[in-house]
Structure formats: structure tokens, C-alpha cells
Design a protein around this ligand. Structure first.
Ligand code: ADP
Ligand code: ZN
Ligand code: ZN
Length: 753
């Protein structure tokens, strides 16, 4: 009967079954409560993935981020399935990702989905990370002497002394798989999983592997850098390793990582997309003497998930990865390194717009480990942090070993005749370098044949029909030796018209030179010399560039390329770097353009003379007196930074201000403007002190692929005001009726303004 008292007072105190609060990958700034699946009330579900009913008839995969008491009157659906027995995202990683969701003002569910590799995001189980080996069965050992000669017998003999792992068989016994199948069918051999043992500490110390990669003693600056990192290894400590190209920064990383391994800890190394070459991995492997896990965009989804699993199980001791590797779980953390910390590829430009360097610092702090940022051209943000003492500033001022710094010379090309953009002085220098047996790198940051197609009779030029506006038309790039037009913003392609669409003239001329045209001209000029072009057009696949460069070797020859060549693969035979056509970058409206140009120039110049031969750098420009060039040439990157930082401060730009960009696009420009105006009013209503709102203004590309694009820039002298305004305004902005007519996004710390 309903009036009966409870059987025991205990029952009153026992809470009703807790609900599970789930973060789902949906663009809504909220979490979702579910009832636990039947019979699963005890084990803590936080950090585990679940499959839940969502919407009318759908299901979604999410992560339980909390448990809570149910709202008495809420009608809750029940979790369809718990997918993990052990939490996948928990502890420090979950806490750091929560921080990232708050910082980017993005839904936690979308942040967690971004952090997980595809298969895990889609609910697949944590993959196997076992290595496999083969061994003889007892029957196999007995039968061995009587086996007929052949592959199976060869394999059986290999296995007679004990199990051999598949990697080793791959390397030493061609065709072993068929042989293994044949033995297995007869019950003579079997496949066994081997758990990767964590190796004892000594085996992690760098050891000399071969003569081509000698161990030398660190120079005093390198030693001081290593000592500083080791002295701080027991807690969070940020370092800026500021060392000229070729000064041996990688050696400093390797020593710090070796120490980390020796203490039984994991090291995470983030590198730019272009820097993760097989060369780099081989150097790490050879020097550290352990397996090095790589994580980059060239891996399949399954491989990415395996690296993730190896990291969460603590099997991966050293991971070298690109941007998204910053999301790897590190149960036994020891060190985080960010090489080329200034590199633009660390910033994600869509979806969750995080910066891997900045998030690595957040994680380093939460994990209590040193974070080592290295660069020859540090970002002004990091330099400023070093100047204020937030980061310890470690410097390597000299090139390591015998390498000499390159000599940089400017060639004034005003009024000079140009051949495919190259001046006579430049061509003569190339000829000299080749004659003395050197390699030449011709750097031009523009791919394609020519950047513009112009009608010589009426002035018409080819523009993308889907991009740009009448005031700001977007030229199409000429490709295919002058036969095709392509838009580098939306990918649109066309054939070059036979005659000018405006006046009918046949005098259509490609203007200016991209890498293709330079390649053509150099092949004509130096018919007996190898000319290799490296850009996104010539190397679609990530390993293609490596293969081309390996074939190129170190014999005399010319490389023509875009910034893909500015870093990555070491080119030992390079003696001349010819820089052409950087003038566009001198007059860009983006306040970061001088910084990016300075970094690019220093990095490209740094490619010359890395070995024993001195290098020469020639810079061809129409603006030899430009202050940026003058400063860089006389005082290097440091002089540039010393003049640029005060200018940033005076103009109240980062790192002396904090910014966020609200971007919107739609087919109709009035819808875009209406949304951004309403958003601006909402932000202004928060009456946040010192918040400045600029816009709505047209985006730098005001129309792309048929979409009209505008932006509203938020700026504040301190982070706190910026985030307070966003926290207060975003719920209203999400709900604006104008928001339904546009695609919009928020970018905190935008890099492209
Ligand atoms: P960075 O990363 O600063 O560009 P690396 O670590 O790649 O520089 O070193 C540049 C070159 O100098 C490499 O070939 C490296 O083997 C060599 N090197 C580094 N440190 C030393 C040293 N202390 N003595 C001699 N050679 C060194
Ligand atoms: Zn014309
Ligand atoms: Zn276009």
C-alpha cells in the first residue's frame, strides 16, 4: 500500500540513480542528461563514450562528462550503450579540453569530438596496439628436420630459436607471410601477440647508432639550454629556445627527451605539417633508440587511432606529431616540445579554432611538465612572453659545428630587364653556383605559371566569377604552361579563352611569373642542368616531395619552389638561395604580414650553407630601401622584432591586445551585415570596459565561392574583458533571428585578419 513507511531509513538516504551528463558533437552550447543503461549504475562513467538516442530517431556518440541528480520533472531518455569500460577522456585531458571549450566558446561535445581520432569519435573500440610475432608450435619443432626445402622450412628455421616479430620478418624474409600461412594450416606455427614492454631506463639513453649521425658534445649554449630544462623538469616551466637556423635546437630537444625517457616518462613533440619528414623521424629513432610514434595527416584513420591507443596505454614513449597530436593522452608525461613554434600550421582555421602551441602550454601547466618552444624566428607573442619573464629565454646565437651563417645580398631590380621574373644578376649568380658544383634554390611564393592573364589591347584581365567583388576582383592564376586558369581561393578552373572576352583581341598575355614559369625559363636557360619544381601543384601526396628530393640528391641542380621548401628536408648541397618576388608581402594590410614575411625570409635564407660550404642568399626586390628589408639585413630577426614589438604596442595589436573575430557569410550581403550589426549591438550592450568593436567590415576576401563575407573584430587590452563580453553576449547571438540566415563562426586569437 502507498501509505506504508519505507522499509528502512537507509532507503531514504540512497539517492535515485544518478543521471549521466553527456557532451555530444552538436553545435549547441549545452550538455544532455540521460538515464544510465539498465544494470550499469556503479562503475564511474565519467570519461567513457556512450551511444545515446538523439533527435527523432537518430543516435549519437558522446562522452559522459559528469553525473548528476535527475531533475524530478525531467523526462529523460536512456543511454543506449556504454562503449568503454575504462574512461577514455579523463583527468587532466578532460579538464584541459573543458578549458579549451570555454576559451574557444565552443560546445564541449564538439571539442571532445575534435580531440578524438575518427574511429574513436564514431564509437569504435580502442584499437589493438599489440605487435605480432610468429613462433613454432611443439609439432612444428618436431617436424622441422623433416620439412621439405623451401620458404616454409626457411621460416621454420628462423623461428626455431624463438618467436620473431612481424616487423623483423618483413625486413629479412621476403614472402614469409605465405609461408607462415602454410605452416599455420598444418599446425606447425602460430601467431602470438606481444605486449610492448616498457624498456628499462638505460636503454633510453641516446646511443651511437651509425657514423652518419655522430654524437658530438654540445656547445656551451646548447649545454646551458639542456641544463635549464633538466633543472626544471619536475614541474611546469615554459621555455623559449631562440636559436638561429642550424644552431642545433633539435639536439637540445633530443637531449631533453632522452632524459625524459630515462626517467620513465613520455615526451610529445609537435612539429609543423611540413616538418614531419621521414628524415626527422629517422633522426629521432636513431638517436633515442626507441620506437617513435608519428601522428600526421598522411596516416589513415585507423593508424591515427592506434597511435592514440598507444599513447593512452603508455606504450608510446615518444610521439612526434602535427597540430592534432596536442590532444594525445599522456598518462606518464615528462616533456612537451613545440618545434618552429611560430609556424602558422599550429592554428586550426576551421571547426574548433585552437592553437596547438597555446593549448600545449595549457596542458603542460596542467600536467606539471616543462614546455619547450623552439624557433629561429619566434612569434612576437612568444618573444614578448620571454621579455616579460613569463618564459625562460634560452638562446643559441651560433650555428652548430662548422656551418657558417649565409651572406645575404639585395639585388635592386628597378628598371632591370627580367626573364620570367629573374634579373640578369640573379641568372649570373645561379650560373656561378652551378659551375662550382653547388645546388640552387629559387624561392617564389606563388605557384602556377603566372598570377594574372591580361589583355594587352584593352586592359581586361581574367577574374574568378565566384570570388571577389567589382571593387576587389580576384584574379585567376594561369596554369598548365599558359593554357588553364585556376582560382586559388575556390578551386574554379577554366580554359584560357582564345580571344579577349571584352574586345576580341588575341593579345592575351600572362603577367608576372609563378613557379611553373620560372621552371620553364630555367630549363631553357640551363638545358644541361636538372631543374625540379616543388610546390603544391607538383607534390600532391605528402611523401612525393621527399621522394623527389631524395632523387635530386646533392648533385648540382636547381630547385624551384614555394614555402614548402622553406623548411623540412635538409639540403646539404645547397649553396645559393635566390629569393624572388617577395614584394607583395611588403605592402599587405594584415598587421601580421611583416612578421610572416620576416620569418619566411629568415627561414628560406637559413636553408643555405647548412653543411661545411658557406651559403649565399640573394634577394631580388623593387624596394631595396624598404625598412623591413633594411632592418632584417642589418640586424637579423632580432632587430626586426625589436622594432616591430613597439609598433604593435603603439597600435594596440597583439601581443598587447587580445582579439576575437566574428565571421559571417551568406549569398546575400545584407543578411551578413544585418547579423554582424545585431551581434555588435549585443556585444556593445554588455558594456564591457575597454572592449573595442571594429566593423562589420568586408573580409579580406569579400566574396568566395559565391558567398559574401564580412567580419566583426573584437579587441580588448586583457583577456578577461574579451571573454567576459563573449560569455555575456554569445547566448543572445546564438538566438538572434538574423543568425539563421548566415553561416557564422567565432575565432579567438585569429591569425588572419
Ligand atoms: P636546428 O634544429 O637549430 O636547425 P639542428 O639541431 O638540426 O639545428 O642542427 C643543425 C646541424 O648541426 C645538424 O646537422 C646537427 O647534427 C649539427 N649539430 C648540432 N649540434 C652540434 C654540435 N654541438 N656540434 C656539431 N654539430 C652539431
Ligand atoms: Zn581586350
Ligand atoms: Zn574563386
Amino acid at each position: 500500500p502507498a501509505t506504508d513507511p519505507p522499509a528502512s531509513s537507509n532507503a531514504i538516504d540512497t539517492p535515485a540513480t544518478a543521471t549521466w551528463r553527456v557532451a555530444l558533437p552538436v553545435p549547441l552550447p549545452r550538455l544532455f542528461d540521460y538515464l544510465p543503461p539498465p544494470g550499469d549504475a556503479d562503475a564511474d562513467p565519467v570519461g567513457c563514450r556512450v551511444r545515446v538516442p538523439f533527435g527523432r530517431s537518430g543516435e549519437k556518440i558522446g562522452v559522459v562528462v559528469a553525473t548528476d541528480q535527475p531533475d524530478s520533472d525531467a523526462e529523460l531518455k536512456t543511454v543506449a550503450a556504454r562503449l568503454d569500460a575504462e574512461p577514455l577522456l579523463h583527468g587532466e585531458l578532460l579538464a584541459s579540453l573543458r578549458w579549451l571549450a570555454r576559451y574557444t566558446h565552443a560546445p564541449l561535445g564538439e571539442v571532445l569530438a575534435t580531440a578524438l581520432p575518427g574511429p574513436l569519435r564514431h564509437g569504435e573500440p580502442l584499437p589493438d596496439t599489440h605487435a605480432w610475432a610468429w613462433r613454432l608450435s611443439e609439432a612444428g619443432a618436431t617436424a622441422l628436420p623433416g620439412l621439405r626445402a623451401g620458404k616454409p622450412k626457411q621460416l621454420a628455421e628462423r623461428l626455431a630459436a624463438g618467436a620473431v616479430d612481424e616487423d623483423a620478418l618483413d625486413a629479412t624474409l621476403g614472402g614469409w607471410r605465405a609461408a607462415a600461412r602454410s605452416l599455420a594450416k598444418r599446425g606447425l606455427a602460430e601467431r602470438v601477440a606481444i605486449k610492448k614492454e616498457k624498456m628499462g631506463s638505460e636503454s633510453f639513453l641516446p646511443e651511437r647508432k651509425n657514423d652518419s649521425d655522430p654524437i658530438f658534445s654540445l656547445n656551451p649554449e646548447q649545454q646551458a639550454a639542456v641544463d635549464a630544462v633538466l633543472a626544471a623538469r619536475d614541474g611546469f616551466a615554459p621555455f623559449l629556445l631562440d636559436g638561429v637556423t642550424g644552431s642545433g635546437k633539435t639536439e637540445v630537444y633530443l637531449h631533453a627527451i632522452a632524459d625524459c625517457l630515462a626517467r620513465g616518462k613520455q615526451a610529445l613533440v609537435l612539429v609543423p605539417e611540413i616538418g614531419l619528414t621521414p628524415q626527422t623521424l629517422a633522426r629521432f629513432r636513431a638517436r633515442l633508440g626507441v620506437q617513435v610514434h608519428a601522428l600526421h595527416s598522411g596516416l589513415s584513420d585507423g593508424e591515427r587511432a592506434r597511435v592514440w591507443a598507444a599513447a593512452v596505454r603508455g606504450e608510446a614513449r615518444v610521439v612526434v606529431g602535427t597540430r592534432s597530436a596536442v590532444f594525445l593522452p599522456l598518462p606518464e608525461p615528462g616533456l612537451i616540445v613545440i618545434d618552429e613554434e611560430h609556424d602558422g600550421s599550429f592554428k586550426q582555421l576551421d571547426g574548433i579554432r585552437y592553437h596547438a602551441r597555446d593549448f600545449a602550454l595549457v596542458r603542460g601547466k596542467a600536467l606539471g611538465v616543462p614546455v619547450l618552444l623552439g624557433s629561429a624566428t619566434p612569434s612576437l607573442e612568444s618573444l614578448q612572453n620571454a621579455h616579460t619573464g613569463r618564459y625562460a629565454h634560452l638562446r643559441l646565437r651560433q650555428r652548430a659545428g662548422n656551418a657558417k651563417p649565409p651572406q645575404v645580398r639585395v639585388i635592386d631590380v628597378r628598371k632591370r630587364p627580367l626573364e620570367a621574373g629573374l634579373s640578369p644578376e640573379m641568372l649570373a649568380a645561379i650560373e656561378r653556383a652551378l659551375a662550382s658544383g653547388g645546388q640552387v634554390l629559387v624561392f617564389k611564393n606563388r605557384r602556377g605559371y603566372a598570377p594574372v592573364l591580361l589583355c594587352h589591347d584593352c586592359g581586361w584581365s581574367a577574374h574568378c566569377p565566384r570570388c571577389g567583388t567589382p571593387e576587389h576582383p580576384t584574379p585567376m592564376t594561369v596554369h598548365g604552361g599558359g593554357r588553364r586558369l585556376q582560382c586559388h581561393h575556390c578551386g574554379a578552373r577554366q580554359r584560357v579563352p582564345d580571344a579577349c572576352p571584352d574586345c576580341g583581341s588575341l593579345a592575351l598575355q600572362p603577367q608576372g611569373a609563378g613557379t611553373e614559369r620560372i621552371e620553364d625559363a630555367l630549363k631553357v636557360r640551363f638545358p644541361d642542368t636538372r631543374v625540379l619544381r616543388i610546390d603544391r601543384g607538383s607534390t600532391q601526396r605528402r611523401d612525393a616531395m621527399e621522394k623527389l628530393l631524395a632523387e635530386f640528391g646533392s648533385e648540382p641542380g636547381i630547385l624551384v619552389g614555394t614555402q614548402m621548401l622553406a623548411k623540412g628536408h635538409d639540403l646539404a648541397g645547397l649553396t645559393l638561395v635566390a629569393v624572388v618576388g617577395i614584394d607583395e608581402g611588403l605592402f599587405s594590410a594584415d598587421f601580421r604580414a611583416p612578421e610572416k614575411l620576416a620569418q619566411l625570409l629568415i627561414q628560406v635564407a637559413g636553408r643555405a650553407g647548412r653543411a661545411d660550404r658557406p651559403g649565399e642568399v640573394l634577394l631580388q626586390t623593387h624596394h631595396p630601401e624598404h625598412p623591413l628589408l633594411a632592418t632584417l639585413l642589418s640586424g637579423g630577426y632580432q632587430a626586426f622584432a625589436d622594432t616591430e614589438l613597439p609598433q604593435r604596442e603603439a597600435a594596440r595589436f597583439p601581443p598587447f591586445a587580445h582579439m576575437a573575430m566574428l565571421r559571417a557569410e551568406a549569398r546575400r550581403v545584407d543578411a551578413v551585415e544585418a547579423f554582424l550589426r545585431a551581434a555588435r549591438d549585443t556585444l556593445a550592450d554588455t558594456r564591457t570596459d575597454a572592449l573595442e568593436l571594429h566593423g562589420p567590415l568586408p573580409a579580406p576576401m569579400p566574396r568566395r565561392a559565391g558567398y559574401q563575407r564580412m567580419q566583426l573584430l573584437l579587441s580588448a587590452p586583457d583577456r578577461r574583458s574579451l571573454h567576459a563580453a563573449l560569455d555575456a553576449a554569445l547566448p543572445t547571438i546564438h538566438a538572434l533571428p538574423e543568425a539563421r540566415k548566415v553561416r557564422w563562426s567565432l575565432d579567438v586569437d585569429p591569425v588572419d585578419l
